[in-house]
Design a protein around this ligand. Structure first.
Ligand SMILES: NC(=O)C1=CN([C@@H]2O[C@H](COP(=O)(O)OP(=O)(O)OC[C@H]3O[C@@H](n4cnc5c(N)ncnc54)[C@H](OP(=O)(O)O)[C@@H]3O)[C@@H](O)[C@H]2O)C=CC1
Ligand SMILES: O=C(O)CCC(=O)C(=O)O
Ligand SMILES: [Mg+2]
Length: 421
């Protein structure tokens, strides 16, 4: 079996039996969790296909390891390789706070135009959770991944650049509400119609393909009208224009309320639900954070901008047991390019201790196996995670909250998963 590249034809992947898939080990806990994931994913593929399929892993460098070896944090060769091989899986990469290099994670998403950050959130039976009914949290986050205040367009307080932008805003744009212009840093928040539309389109397509009853557009459009408010308006317009009678929007609901009253609007929505139409609704970001805790059953697919999606990801992860079990994928649904990675970061205090939960990156690997159509291998891993957690053999993060659990190391948890396949 010779190893080959995965290729694409109009976004449809052509996957050989032995695809070459690049990986980035990552900083901090990265080496520990990647080693565990590598073992589990290889075992699942071997078992599912009896040795007739296998992944050939190809290391590419980023972060501290890249800097130590090449003097660059994100070598061009890494970007070129992922671009060429279409997919990659990565451990977390460190971003210093308040100075130093900008996020390599964000750079990878921007450089490869991986416009969706997909983060499914589901409960595994037996995981300790702060909720009474954690199984009701079952959502898929579609986070815009290339724009927003997260794009990193910022000017530091006290610099000529910050002064120039502030002078421009005050003198030429009539801005009167910069409270302390002499000592302000400035951040810019670009949110585009194209960026919004491709994200919302992907979210609705996902909802249709996966029988999810609703897509909620989460925004702070009451305050940031022309960025977050526009996201909501463009999202509704796209849903109505491109998905027609497959969806029923709260925009349409509001129009019926105006013309015929609330009872007629409620009736129209109930009929749409009965016909299996996807309800496209919206929520303002602050109240949304309350609603996901108090009535999580109301939400299926969540489409939102970059910063909101970052906060929502960690909040929802906590509802189902924490960031140790929160997978993700950065995907361009138009080209098929994708990088799979955990939601969490490098957890530096645990680096090299062989201690943390590898489930997030392992389940990111499950998303990768599903992305290439290797569902049998993906299912083996998911079932092994279910079985292992149910048997109360867990890493420290779950063990500290579970009665009667056996705490194991990161590597031992991976061994247990392999045993339970
Ligand atoms: N995509 C990426 O590569 C990301 C990178 N980062 C970067 O990571 C660095 C550290 O960020 P920080 O804010 O501390 O967040 P982290 O997600 O790295 O860690 C915060 C805490 O979350 C818990 N945690 C994280 N991963 C695991 C795991 N696998 N198993 C169990 N528990 C886990 C630990 O909790 P406890 O202390 O309770 O045990 C840990 O102390 C920063 O440089 C940040 O920029 C952050 C997010 C994403
Ligand atoms: O890039 C980083 O350091 C943080 C990114 C992050 O928190 C995320 O994407 O969820
Ligand atoms: Mg985050």
């Amino acid at each position: 079996m010779s190893s080959q590249k995965i290729t694409t034809n109009n976004g449809i992947l052509n996957v050989p039996d032995k695809p070459i898939i690049p990986f980035i080990e990552g900083d901090g806990i990265g080496p520990d969790i990647w080693k565990a994931a590598n073992k589990v994913l290889d075992a699942a593929v071997e078992k599912a296909y009896d040795g007739k399929k296998a992944i050939e892993w190809k290391e590419v460098l980023a972060g501290q390891k890249a800097y130590d070896k090449t003097g660059e944090w994100l070598p061009q060769e890494t970007l070129d390789t992922i671009n060429e091989y279409l997919l990659a899986i990565k451990g977390p990469l460190t971003t210093p706070i308040g100075g130093g290099i900008r996020s390599l994670n964000v750079a990878l998403r921007q450089e490869l135009d991986l416009f969706t950050c997909l983060r499914p959130v589901r409960y595994f039976e037996g995981v300790p959770s702060p909720l009474k009914r954690p199984e009701e949290t079952d959502m898929v986050i579609f986070r815009e991944n290339t724009e927003d205040i997260y794009a990193g367009i910022e000017f530091q307080e006290g610099t000529d650049e910050a002064k120039k932008v502030i002078d421009f805003l005050q003198d030429e744009m009539g801005a009167k509400n910069i409270r302390f212009p002499e000592t302000s840093g400035i951040g810019i928040k670009p949110v585009s119609k194209e960026g919004t539309e491709r994200l919302v389109r992907s979210a609705i397509n996902y909802a249709i393909e996966n029988n999810r009853p609703s897509v909620t557009l989460v925004h702070k459009g009451n305050i940031m009208k022309f960025t977050e408010g526009a996201f909501k308006a463009w999202g509704y317009a796209l849903a109505e224009r491109e998905f027609g009678d497959k969806v029923f929007t709260w925009n349409a609901y509001d129009k019926i309320v105006e013309e015929e009253g609330r009872e007629a609007a409620d009736k129209a929505q109930s009929e749409a639900e009965a016909e299996g139409k996807i309800i496209i609704k919206d929520a303002i970001a602050d109240i949304f954070l309350q609603q996901i805790l108090l009535r999580p059953k109301d939400f299926g697919v969540v489409a939102t901008m970059n910063l909101n999606g970052d906060y929502i990801s960690d909040a929802l992860a906590a509802q189902v047991g924490g960031i140790g079990i929160a997978p993700g994928a950065n995907i361009n649904y138009e080209t098929g390019h994708a990088i799979f990675e955990a939601t969490h970061g490098t957890a530096p205090k645990y680096a090299g201790l062989d201690k943390v939960n590898p489930s997030s990156v392992i389940l990111s690997g499950v998303l990768m196996l599903e992305h290439i159509g290797w569902q049998e291998a993906a299912d083996l891993v998911t079932k092994a995670v279910e079985k292992t957690i149910a048997s109360k053999v867990v890493t420290y993060d779950f063990a500290r909250l579970m009665d009667g659990a056996k705490e194991v190391k990161c590597s031992e948890f991976a061994d247990e998963l392999v045993k339970n396949m």
